[in-house]
Design a protein around this ligand. Structure first.
Ligand code: FPP
Length: 256
């Protein structure tokens, strides 16, 4: 999302609000540290999702994408996979009315053909009920792989497609002009992307925190966004102050 606040003369992002993406890591360790089953960590993780969604608009977030289940998470024990799906479904059922009245629009990203039918119908129900909302776009990534999304965006292209056509197809399908991530947060201490929003994060700022996802509080989001706002985002350009006319020293003109 292009927004436009100014800092130290550098034009940086966002006229309509930030796109924050979160890799919600650490649920399992949070539970294990307390002698609880991993599913209890995911349950506590849902409470953190609820808090984050409620407070995100207060901090200037217009789009929030959370990684709930990656395509590689199918490798987990079936009971854990089922508990995550059950929790996402319960969250949607319980929160639907609150999301609707708070102006939150829900959208799921990722494959829809492998997830349980009950979860899929709940997703579609909440997507349809909240479709007109504009205050916050909540995107939940379920059975999501960024590499797959990139491959699928190119799937319909003819073999003769030029790099320019491939680029246009990717821009249209993945970013659609407003999908770029401004700030990507990963909790749980690891510093990797895990196949999440690879294309959309080309110019994202990254915030890695050791905080386990169930412990993540609105104040942590606020702090991450404040740190983000203090950064210079140049998008490959130079600071505005450096683009003044060349410097004349003696007979030589120097580029600054
Ligand atoms: C990663 O922690 C977390 C997940 C794979 C699941 C995330 C799911 C939720 C927070 C619940 C449902 C979400 C929504 C949107 C309602 P991990 O299990 O890999 O933790 P670990 O690294 O400590 O083992």
């Amino acid at each position: 999302m292009q927004s436009a606040f100014m800092r130290n003369n550098f034009a940086v992002q966002s006229e309509s609000g930030l796109h924050v993406a979160i890799i919600m890591d650490g649920n399992g360790r949070w539970a294990t540290q307390r002698g609880l089953p991993r599913a209890a960590g995911h349950r506590a993780g849902v409470a953190a999702v609820r808090r984050t969604v409620e407070h995100a608009p207060d901090f200037g977030v217009r789009r929030l994408t959370v990684y709930a289940f990656s395509a590689d998470n199918w490798r987990r024990p079936s009971a854990e996979v089922q508990s995550i799906f059950w929790l996402i479904r319960a969250y949607l059922r319980i929160e639907c009315e609150r999301l609707r009245s708070a102006g939150v629009r829900l959208e799921a990203i990722g494959r829809r053909d492998r997830i349980p039918k009950g979860l899929l119908s709940e997703i579609e129900r909440v997507e349809s009920i909240t479709a007109a909302n504009r205050k916050l776009e909540l995107r939940v990534a379920v059975d999501y792989s960024s590499r797959d999304a990139i491959a699928r965006a190119c799937a319909g292209l003819p073999e003769s497609a030029s790099p320019k056509h491939v680029r246009a197809a990717l821009d249209a399908s993945l970013s659609a002009g407003h999908g770029d991530v401004d700030l990507l947060i990963r909790t749980g201490g690891e510093k990797r992307l895990s196949d999440f929003l690879l294309w959309e994060s080309a110019y994202a700022e990254f915030h890695f925190t050791p905080c386990m996802w169930p412990d993540f509080q609105p104040a942590d989001l606020d702090a991450a966004i404040n740190a983000f706002r203090a950064r210079e985002r140049r998008f490959g350009s130079v600071p505005a102050i450096a683009s003044v006319p060349a410097l004349q020293i003696g007979g030589t003109r120097w580029l600054r």
